[in-house]
Design a binder for this molecule. Sequence first.
Ligand SMILES: Cc1cc2nc3c(=O)[nH]c(=O)nc-3n(C[C@H](O)[C@H](O)[C@H](O)COP(=O)(O)OP(=O)(O)OC[C@H]3O[C@@H](n4cnc5c(N)ncnc54)[C@H](O)[C@@H]3O)c2cc1C
Length: 410
Amino acid sequence: MKIAVIGAGLVGLNTAHRLADEGHDVTIIDRVGPANGASRGNAGMIAHTDIEPLASPRMLRKVPQMLLDPLSPLAIRPGYALQIFPWLVRLLAASTPANRKRSIDAIIAIQSLARPAWTETANRLDLKSFFHERGSLYLFDNRANFEAARPTYAHQRELGIQVDELNGDEIRQMEPALNDKIIAAGYFPDAGHIADPRLLTEALFDRAVARGIHFLRDDIQTIAAGDHVSVTGPDNRHYTFDRAVIAAGAWSKTLAAQLGDRIPLDTERGYNVSFPGATGLVSRPVSFQGYGFVATPMDTGLRIGGAVELGGLALPPNHARTRALYARAQNFVKGLPAYESGTEWMGFRPSLPDSIPVIGRAAASPHVVYAFGHGHYGLTQSAATGALVADLIAGRPTPIDLKPYAPNRF
Ligand SMILES: Cc1cc2nc3c(=O)[nH]c(=O)nc-3n(C[C@H](O)[C@H](O)[C@H](O)COP(=O)(O)OP(=O)(O)OC[C@H]3O[C@@H](n4cnc5c(N)ncnc54)[C@H](O)[C@@H]3O)c2cc1C
């Protein structure tokens, strides 16, 4: 079959490879090229060990502070407060115990597929050198916050995820650049990180082109589906396929709406600063709990970033936020390079209020499949998502029940 995959991010490219594996004639469409969205500059963590959604009563208590402090780890841009309001209402609904459990169960299910799917992809496409298996540290400077995390650690252990609880000395033996304000950590030896998300995404793209997957540069404006799927770019450029996959990250909402699906997709904007060539300061991702940022040792240099800013797709970045993250990192990490030597970046996490991606068929037609909304875990879950989409298109049963990910769940 002729299949279009709209979006050359990690989700689209993994999907394109899985579809090509099945002998389909695949075309990747992107308005710019590979690694143009969130897949370009993320924190690079293979975080299949994480199981928590964004929504929690604890997080919601922070909303008043979010409105007051524009540089807090979670913030709402005043110019976007009205537009994000319905999403926030859904976030509130997602934080009830029953709905939170539904999110956690769905996150656990897809996370359980994430690592084996990446291992298979890395082996098959010769990408193993992009993956590092040195675990990750979730750091605390505050005993109460550490105690609050321990029930989640207990749950993770019940699921078979190894979590070691470390004290400050043990942490500094592993990461000498951390100062003594860090007093405790959860260590996840099975988590991993990648060499650099842009390089990995581009490598997936290069391997796609090398195996005969087509690339079309166009900005898809309309999609309609009947016996076939028609998509158009500006000036009414028109293309027809047997099937299409919408994997356009945070920009997927308007295309899904044309197929009858009103999906509350929005974006959690994230910020970071990268220091090319700065390697060796930390040896694994170190995530600062309560401060909303992580430092990842990419092969290309140290990257420090995170934060969640609810500000939509159009407002310009506010890199005062990146500076604030860096200043917080200076509180805990010795010997950071000067801020001015770094490169700033902002990316758009494609986020649903229940922290569950949308993976399923469009209301208007079974010929269009959605694969977007992976929020904080799109790198981690992209290979698994590609495999699930290939199952859907083949009409095969999927290894996990896809009902919780359905586009019509809202
Ligand atoms: C700061 C930050 C840190 C993160 N850290 C991690 C992490 O450590 N681990 C992890 O697992 N995840 C992380 N994430 C999340 C992860 O980056 C995303 O979930 C993931 O990259 C989403 O991939 P995607 O392919 O769905 O979308 P994207 O990478 O955004 O790609 C979408 C593509 O679609 C194209 N497109 C959009 N609309 C159209 C159109 N109409 N026509 C043609 N092309 C179109 C865009 O040009 C873009 O290339 C992080 C995100 C951010 C922002």
